[in-house]
Design a binder for this molecule. Structure first.
Ligand SMILES: [Fe+2]
Ligand SMILES: [Fe+2]
Length: 447
């Protein structure tokens, strides 16, 4: 029986309520991570990437608090919250982006916020002070998340929002049927409802969705190296903004591989958000130069098309890990070159991007260990090199054959670059082959 007296919570109640909260945060985050590649809208993708990271941090903080309490079996006894988890597993099994976003942001997150607020109200701020600190942060950031969602939701088509209502209603009822978030699990089977409870488990599509406003292309890597300092600035920004593919990939791992250690999911949520930050760095520079993302420059998931569609998710892990290993050297050289040329903004973007990469290489190694346990290191190195080589061949092949899809973009990019202001020290721009930054432009796209 859950205590209803104000400020009275036994330790065991505190522990089990927060454990259930941790599981809700974790499983909702995993559903969002899996579904991000299937969401088409660019603004929604950016929102989800940030919220995946925030939610993982919330889950981590609540989990740590549970481990301090007397009943610290946080990662076992999944049966205790089985009915709740059965509902949360359905979150990405949606027929539209509106259903998905409505389910997460109009049903689950408000219920989580209500549970947190009720916990804060009903527990003792002195006895349970560490929980209060953690949950106050969770509540504040959740309110921010919901405010961000409201802005984007208002811009979505009314027909889509209306069509999502039955799904959201079922989800709300199913959560209640499972015992709610602030309460005990009912252990009941999933609330049956034709067309909702029988939907199959969500699977990651081999190629992510892209915003319907964006023009089609095949590769984001330009078919030739930059020829002017301004083109160098734009080429770097195109590479950055297209790191969207590298956000969607680790996020997809979080959903695609269930039952992994929590620390791996938490790190990977950060990895996915870092890559979205890198993409947003590129978008910010392009907007400053007067370019429209997806219209003046391509926004395409060429790594997914070139690797995942043909060779699957494991090949993607090996390829991204291989590409990331070249990242620090490439971005460090670019930082120096851009700084000397007189572009401190792009230089700073590369500097912070480079700072993130050490973490990404470690996360990639952790995933390799998790997906290929017992595989000899030499075998993993060989397969990584093989996947990177196949990817480079694919890109080079599209450039050779002219099937890169850049024909519509390149003349526009060249015209806009010609209008960009000059840099203070253009003599520091190094044409192809004469600096570490541009020596292998064609293959030196990064993650
Ligand atoms: Fe990156
Ligand atoms: Fe990275």
């Amino acid at each position: 029986m859950i205590a209803v007296h104000p400020n009275l919570h036994e330790v065991e109640q505190a522990s089990s309520l927060q454990r259930r909260l941790y599981r809700t945060l974790r499983e909702t985050m995993r559903a969002m991570a899996g579904r991000i590649s299937g969401v088409a809208n660019w603004e929604a993708k950016k929102m989800l990437a940030r919220h995946i990271w925030l939610d993982a941090e919330h889950a981590e903080a609540v989990r740590s608090r549970v481990l301090e309490l007397r009943f610290p079996r946080v990662d076992v006894d999944l049966e205790v919250d089985a009915a709740l988890i059965r509902v949360l597993e359905k979150l990405p099994s949606t027929l539209s982006d509106e259903e998905f976003l409505g389910g997460v942001y109009q049903v689950i997150k408000p219920a989580v916020l209500a549970a947190v607020e009720r916990y804060l109200k009903q527990s003792d701020p002195l006895d349970d002070a560490p929980s209060h600190r953690v949950l106050a942060i969770v509540a504040t950031e959740l309110r921010d998340e919901l405010a961000t969602f409201d802005v984007g939701w208002a811009n979505r088509p009314a027909s889509g929002r209306k069509a999502a209502q039955p799904w959201c209603e079922w989800l709300g009822e199913a959560i209640g049927h499972a015992g709610g978030i602030f309460g005990r699990d009912s252990a009941a089977p999933l609330l049956e409802s034709a067309g909702f409870s029988d939907r199959p488990r969500y699977e990651i599509a081999p190629s992510p969705a892209r915003d319907p406003r964006w023009l089609p292309a095949v590769t984001q890597v330009p078919p030739r190296p930059p020829r002017t300092p301004q083109e160098q600035q734009v080429w770097v920004a195109i590479d950055h903004v297209n790191e969207l593919w590298a956000c969607e990939l680790p996020a997809a791992f979080i959903w695609h591989y269930p039952g992994m250690p929590w620390s791996l999911y938490r790190d990977t949520a950060r990895w996915a958000y870092d890559e979205m930050r890198h993409a947003m760095m590129g978008e910010r520079r392009l907007l400053a130069y007067g370019f429209e993302v997806g219209i003046d420059v391509p926004m395409v998931p060429d790594h997914w098309v070139g690797i995942c569609v043909r060779r699957g998710m494991e090949a993607m892990l090996l390829a991204v890990h291989g590409l990331e290993q070249g990242g620090p050297k490439w971005k460090a050289a670019l930082k120096e070159e851009l700084w000397r040329m007189g572009d401190p903004y792009s230089a700073q973007d590369c500097d912070y991007d480079w700072a993130d990469e050490a973490g990404h290489i470690r996360y990639g190694q952790d995933w390799l260990k998790a997906i290929f346990p017992g595989a000899p290191k030499s075998e993993l190195i060989r397969r990584t090199q093989e996947e990177v080589a196949l990817w480079k061949e694919w890109i080079a092949g599209t450039h050779r054959s002219g099937e890169h899809g850049y024909d519509a973009f390149l003349p526009r990019i060249e015209a806009k670059c010609a209008q960009m202001p000059g840099l203070a020290n253009p003599e520091y721009f190094r044409p192809l082959g004469s600096s570490a930054a541009t020596a292998s432009y064609e293959a030196a796209d990064s993650a």
